[in-house]
Design a protein around this ligand. Structure first.
Ligand SMILES: Cc1ncc(COP(=O)(O)O)c(C=O)c1O
Length: 376
């Protein structure tokens, strides 16, 4: 067994998938966003579990991620959300990927590659309705469609856009984006361009903007058990999927006046029992939680004292007399009745749960647990 490891609760993942379906109803398809190694949770095992649970589509950022899914036997349609590179066109066709398309040169390359293979390229046309990142600006839609009209081997399977503020309480801007999106869809209809899926909803919209659901939603963070922000009160109960655990390496008494760790940022004001544990910022635990974070030992919250270093953290376990070397410590997750959430860590580190999951999920020791808590 490793000195620290990440546990992935596949039963919780399935539960969260069912909650997405509950929120959107049975007539709306779900695209499970598994990019960035499923937000650190492990793309292949996560995608396999979600495929079993009934995910209709998968979403990745880059073509190579989609190829990994295909090699792992995932047959569902895969949308490549950041789009393709020029050299990816033959691969896109060969593996039946759905790139987000927002560039005419990519459209032309796909058309050529599809014609060459005797197939049709299925694309998801990305529109910029206000995020200002990727996408054809809605005001430039007509000239883009004019140019696309001659490409006979390209089929628009989906049209989509991304909401910038779906995770905020104030929905004014989301509604503006949705109005622009609807206007653009109408212009496609007016040109008799047919498509199967219009999609704009991320987790924030799944949870909080029912009118954004449409035929397909793209759910990411809620699958992993977190609401997209603290401004969103989830109408469904989500279960956290990831836990970060480690062991106590050493326990010792340190006299009053002694300092702990780099920079001597913590000085004991009383005789203190210090437990040193085998996690550090190399494991994705934020250094910003030096003297701020907490861990669970014997089901009790204990403070991190001193700096979080690369591979070690020091805890004050004075009030947990039973704490001993080799005892399990939880930095993210549940022990007994106590729980430390990614939101809690993120808030203290001035970031978002997404970043915490991605960083901690890089841990090479990942254990996938089934519904009985055993290794999957
Ligand atoms: C285009 C797109 N759609 C959907 C999502 C999923 O968002 P969330 O994790 O907030 O559900 C993302 C995530 O970044 C995205 O980039």
């Amino acid at each position: 067994m490793a000195l620290n490891w990440v546990e992935i609760d596949l039963a919780a993942l399935r539960h969260n998938f069912a909650q997405v379906q509950h929120c959107v109803g049975s007539r709306t398809a779900i695209l499970a966003v598994v990019k960035s190694d499923a937000y650190g949770h492990g793309m292949i095992p996560v995608a396999r579990e979600l495929a079993k649970a009934g995910a209709h589509f998968f979403g990745v950022s880059k073509c190579w991620e989609a190829l990994k899914l295909r090699s792992a036997g995932i047959r569902q349609p895969i949308v490549v959300l950041a789009g393709m590179e020029a050299e990816d066109a033959p691969t896109v066709i060969a593996y039946d990927l759905r790139p987000a398309v927002y560039r005419l040169d990519h459209c032309r390359l796909l058309d050529e590659a599809a014609q060459h293979a005797g197939k049709v390229a299925r694309i998801h046309l990305k529109l910029d309705t206000g995020m200002g990142r990727l996408g054809v600006p809605v005001r430039d839609l007509e000239p883009f469609l004019d140019q696309m009209a001659s490409l006979k081997h390209v089929h628009v399977e989906g049209v989509f856009s991304h909401l910038a503020t779906a995770d905020e309480a104030d929905k004014t801007f989301s509604k503006e984006q949705m109005a622009r999106f609807r206007g653009a869809l109408q212009r496609l209809h007016d040109r008799s361009i047919t498509f199967e899926y219009a999609h704009i909803a991320n987790s924030g919209a799944v949870l909080d903007i029912p009118e954004a659901h449409g035929q397909l939603v793209r759910a990411g963070i809620m699958l992993y058990g977190s609401p997209p922000s603290e401004d969103i009160q989830s109408p469904v109960h989500l279960r956290p999927v990831m836990a970060l655990k480690t062991k106590i390496l050493q326990v010792k008494w340190v006299p009053s006046g002694h300092s702990i760790g780099y920079g001597r940022t913590f000085v004991c004001s009383r005789p203190t029992r210090i437990a040193t544990i085998a996690v550090g910022y190399d494991d994705g635990y934020p250094r910003a939680l030096s003297n701020r974070g907490e861990a669970l030992v014997h089901g009790v919250r204990v403070p991190i004292v001193g700096r979080v270093s690369m591979n070690l953290i020091t805890l004050d376990v004075t009030h947990v007399p039973g704490a001993a070397p080799d005892d399990e410590v939880v930095l993210l997750g549940t022990q007994g009745t106590e729980r430390i959430s990614a939101e809690e860590i993120a808030q203290k580190a001035h970031t978002i749960s997404y970043e915490i999951y991605c960083a901690i999920g890089k841990n090479p020791q990942r254990l996938f647990l089934n519904s009985s808590g055993h290794l999957a």
